[in-house]
Design a protein around this ligand. Sequence first.
Ligand code: NDP
Ligand code: 8X3
Length: 253
Amino acid sequence: MSNTAFITGATSGFGRATAIRMAEAGWKLVLTGRRSERLQELQQQLAEKTDVHILTLDVRDADAVKQAVAELPENFRDVTLLVNNAGLALGTEPAQDCDTEKWQRMIDTNISGLVTMTHALLPTLIAQGRGASVVNIGSIAGHWPYPGGNVYCGTKAFVEQFSYGLRADLAGTGVRVTNLAPGLAESEFTLVRTDGNQDAHDRLYEGAEPIQPEDIAETIYWIASLPPHLNVNQLEMMPASQSFGPFSISRKS
Ligand code: NDP
Ligand code: 8X3
């Protein structure tokens, strides 16, 4: 089997680190994101290691996703790994104060974009068969609610359940499916969530030894490189510094 990875959201964070890790291992890459310049820079950076095809693509644009997959160059059509990584959180307000446009953007990206991309690539992955993989980037937010998580948590719970459903439907095809659910990780995630608030980013990660994008990249590489008779259904990981809190109780005053 050839090794070609299709990674969404490769301009930053987990996606970018995963592209670099897979290139080091000699995988061919299809890299997507909305920021073309970053994709071009990464393509140049990896050129000595492997062949890279870049696609400036908004995963919310279903027609563009289908067209990009249908028109993949011959050399990149044998995709064996789909990393559904593109995603975002917007805002930390309680539900009653949220901007529903932000909610819709999270749903369109984290849910609709992910399922559209998956559907477009399933025939290719099934044709590759045994050893092919889908790694969906879920989150601890899909398992553990927290104030201000509302719709973001909901989208990641969807990613988990969709991953299981997909796995059920793909039984017998040899295509594996994993929900990889990281906890606190340092990337551009918090800047995006807070409209570029550098203080919020710095305060969240300071002294916490958060997960780094390279940690996620190594994990994805491991999942995709496992012998083809093995499937990691679910993998939740946190930095050692992160743990659980008590339930909150609102008392009568
Ligand atoms: P970053 O903000 O660093 O990276 C997000 C990536 O998603 C970027 O490459 C961005 O590319 C891409 N993206 C966002 N929206 C779109 C879109 N509409 N179309 C195409 N690409 C898009 O964050 P992370 O690396 O941390 O996040 C990656 C994934 O990991 C997300 O799904 C996130 O929810 C999840 N996650 C993050 C955690 C964390 O603590 N950081 C923990 C658990 C899960 P561009 O802007 O160029 O389009
Ligand atoms: C990102 C992790 O806990 O900030 O998915 O929602 S969290």
